[in-house]
Design a protein around this ligand. Structure first.
Ligand code: ATP
Length: 233
C-alpha cells in the first residue's frame, strides 16, 4: 500500500507492520487467504453483502476440470483417463486422492503447475473487465495465495486464521468434515500441503482471527474492509 503501515487494533483483526508497497492505481486488489476451513468463504459472503466484488480463485481453478480447456487436456494427459467420471469431467475426489496421498511424488506440484497459470490468466481477464467497469476494489479468494506466488500481484493480503492449538485444530476438522465430508486424515493431508498458519501470518498484511461467532466475524470483516479501503485512498 502506498501509505506507511501502522498496526491497527480492531475487533480481533490486526494490521501487521509492513513497509510501504508500490503506489496504488485506481484499483485495490485484496488477496484473501487462510488455512483450510478457516472461514475464507464465510468472509467472502460477508464481503459481498458489503458490496465487494469477490473472485473465487479456487472455484475458477475447478473450471480446468471440465472438458474443453487446455488445462483439462494437460491434466488428463498427465494423470490418465481413470480420473474422469462418466461424463468426461475430471473427478475431483479421484484426482485429490492421487495428488494428496503421496506427498513425495511431486504429482500435486505438477497439477498446480497446470492449474495455477490457467487460473491466473482467467483472473487477469476478469480484473481487466472490472477495471473497465470502474470497480475500485476487488477481493480474490485463494487458499494457496503465497504458495502460488500471487501475493506479488495483489496490493494487500488478508489471512483468515483459526487460533492454534488442539481446540483450533479440532474445530477446523469439525467444520471441514461438516462441509466436505472429509475425515480427519484427509483434512490433515490437505493441511500438510499448505503453508503453516504462522508462515501465512508472517507474510500477510492483515490477519482476521476467526475464533468466535459468525456475527463477530462480520464485525471483523466490516472493520477490515473499511480500514483497507481507507488506507488505499
Ligand atoms: P476451505 O479452505 O476448505 O475452502 P474456508 O476457509 O473457505 O475452507 P469456510 O467454508 O468459510 O472455510 O468455513 C468452513 C466451515 O466452517 C463452514 O461450514 C463455515 O460455515 C463454518 N464456519 C466458519 N467460520 C465460522 C464461525 N466463526 N462460526 C461457526 N462456523 C464457522
Amino acid at each position: 500500500m502506498h501509505q506507511s503501515s501502522s498496526v491497527l487494533s480492531a475487533t480481533g483483526t490486526r494490521w501487521l507492520d509492513r513497509p510501504a508497497g508500490p503506489p496504488m492505481t485506481q484499483r485495490l486488489t485484496i488477496g484473501l487467504t487462510g488455512g483450510i476451513g478457516s472461514g475464507k468463504t464465510e468472509v467472502t459472503h460477508i464481503l459481498r453483502e458489503l458490496g465487494a466484488v469477490v473472485i473465487d480463485a479456487d472455484g475458477i481453478a475447478h473450471l480446468s476440470y471440465r472438458p474443453g480447456t487446455p488445462a483439462y487436456e494437460a491434466i488428463v494427459r498427465l494423470f490418465g483417463r481413470d480420473i474422469l467420471d462418466g461424463s468426461g469431467v475430471i473427478d475431483r475426489g479421484r484426482l485429490g486422492t492421487i495428488v494428496f496421498s503421496d506427498p513425495g511424488s511431486g504429482r500435486r506440484e505438477k497439477l498446480e503447475a497446470i492449474v495455477w497459470p490457467a487460473t491466473r490468466e482467467w483472473i487477469e481477464g476478469r480484473l481487466a473487465k472490472e477495471e473497465g467497469r470502474g470497480t475500485r476494489a476487488v477481493v480474490i479468494e485463494v487458499s494457496k495465495l503465497f504458495e502460488a506466488g500471487w501475493d506479488q500481484f495483489v496490493d494487500v493480503v488478508w489471512a483468515v486464521e483459526v487460533p492454534p492449538g488442539d481446540a483450533g485444530n479440532s474445530e477446523i476438522a469439525r467444520r471441514v468434515q461438516a462441509r466436505s465430508g472429509f475425515d480427519e486424515a484427509r483434512t490433515r493431508e490437505r493441511v500438510a500441503a499448505q503453508m503453516t498458519r504462522e508462515e501465512r501470518i508472517e507474510r500477510a498484511d492483515l490477519v482476521i482471527e476467526n475464533a468466535a461467532t459468525l456475527d463477530f466475524l462480520r464485525e471483523q470483516v466490516k472493520t477490515a474492509w473499511q480500514t483497507t479501503r481507507a488506507r488505499s485512498e
